[in-house]
Design a binder for this molecule. Structure first.
Ligand SMILES: [Zn+2]
Length: 409
């Protein structure tokens, strides 16, 4: 069956590949000078921006361009323009929470756009702007990354100096694969705290399905509880040393969750690909602002982790050409996938599902995942079949069958 997605513009997906640069000693000095100068310029512009409460690119340009060019010998026109854009970007999202001007680390990564670099792909070398002139530096990388850089459109790059190694993180544009028809329906994924994800096929994640050192939930939960206690203790202390430890802790926790979300989304997309299914997750954005707080939102301090899992899965699905849908989260934990009845009484105990109508019973998260899968399939049919009318079925269900009692799940 033809997929009715021709109306949407076929855009490529951005992806980042990492190249390792091998500059000579003299070239490395020039690159170091470039990092220092660009970050120094950005900090200078940032202070001006803060002082004058001026944050848009256009106004910043008017305010800072000539002052910076006059003060920073060697900073070319294009590097100045790029630094202004970078400062505007740094304030764009976080201005409200900032208490002082944003400072750019002296050796922090510096973005290079097309006018600050040029590629000699045949020679596997890149020519980069520095204050003392351009340097042409050879690069190496993983075979698939080299292939990507050889063949795909190249966007911006970040010049990075990390632990004595020069890296270039390059944005390339992947061609967008067509979305395949989910011939075997949808794989539903229920997100939770105890089990980060449970699929309608019965996989519990993290669990034995994932490779690597993550064995089961016990590991994640213990780690998280320990962190929580540690954090409470440090918060009570309130000294600057305690605050420092706190920042490092949250960074570590963030990295752990990000790693888990990567592994889970990778598994889910691979399973969907293997079994000819699309992927459906609950739309957690849609529930914001509703009167009743959703069970996920109430249960967790880590809403961002759910949002991150959705974002990772969406991205990986798109890259693999797998259908991806977000479905209405209402009552996915109370509805029976067997007979369709919705009741709070269907949840006799925490973690258990037992239908009062038809007797169907099972693990609550797995039942929820099956409901999500069914809504995914219904939503897909509604979008892709020309004769379907009205609202997607997930919403129709909810409006035609208001449950007698709605409360905590
Ligand atoms: Zn039932």
């Amino acid at each position: 069956m033809a997929i009715r997605r021709s109306a949407t513009k076929q855009q490529g997906l951005p992806a980042v590949v990492q190249l390792r640069l091998s500059p000579t000693l003299a070239q490395a000095d020039a690159l170091t000078a470039a990092l220092l100068l660009c970050n120094q310029a950005a900090t200078l512009i940032s202070r001006l921006a803060w002082q004058h409460r001026t944050f848009t690119i256009l106004e910043l340009h008017r305010l800072a361009y000539h002052a910076v060019r006059a003060q920073m010998a060697g900073l070319g026109a294009q590097a100045t323009v790029r630094a202004i854009a970078r400062v505007a970007g740094a304030y764009a999202n976080r201005r409200a929470t900032k208490k002082r001007a944003h400072i750019f680390r002296p050796q922090g990564a510096v973005p290079y756009d097309a006018r600050l670099m040029s590629w000699c792909r045949d020679a596997r070398a890149v020519s980069l702007w520095t204050p003392t002139g351009r340097v042409t530096v050879p690069y190496t990388g993983r075979p698939e990354d080299l292939k990507a850089v050889d063949a795909l459109p190249i966007g911006e790059a970040d010049l990075i100096f990390r632990r004595g190694v020069w890296l270039l993180q390059v944005t390339v544009t992947l061609p967008k694969p067509g979305v395949r028809e989910p011939v075997h329906g949808f794989l539903g994924v229920d997100q939770g705290v105890a089990n980060l994800a449970v699929t309608s096929d019965g996989a519990v994640l993290p669990g034995p399905a994932l490779p690597g050192p993550i064995q089961g939930n016990g590991h994640v939960r213990t780690l998280r509880e320990r962190r929580h206690r540690q954090r409470r203790r440090l918060q009570a202390k309130g000294t600057s040393a305690a605050r420092r430890v706190l920042r490092r802790l949250s960074g570590r926790e963030y990295r752990m969750m990000t790693d888990l979300n990567h592994q889970i989304s990778k598994y889910v997309v691979r399973e969907a690909e293997r079994t000819g299914q699309g992927i459906a997750l609950e739309d957690l954005q849609g529930i914001r602002g509703r009167v009743r707080a959703h069970r996920l939102q109430r249960r967790t301090l880590h809403n961002w982790a759910f949002a991150q899992q959705i974002a990772f899965t969406r991205y990986k699905a798109a890259r693999a050409g797998i259908a991806f849908l977000l479905v209405d989260p209402a009552y996915t934990s109370q509805a029976c996938p067997g007979c369709g009845c919705v009741a709070r009484a269907n949840r006799p105990a925490r973690g258990r599902f037992g239908c009062t109508g038809c007797g169907l019973a099972g693990h609550a998260d797995h039942i929820a995942a099956r409901n999500i899968a069914a809504r995914g399939a219904a939503g897909w049919a509604a979008v892709n079949q020309p004769h379907a009318t009205g609202l997607p079925s997930a919403r129709r269900d909810r409006e035609s069958k208001p449950p007698a009692s709605v409360g905590d799940s």
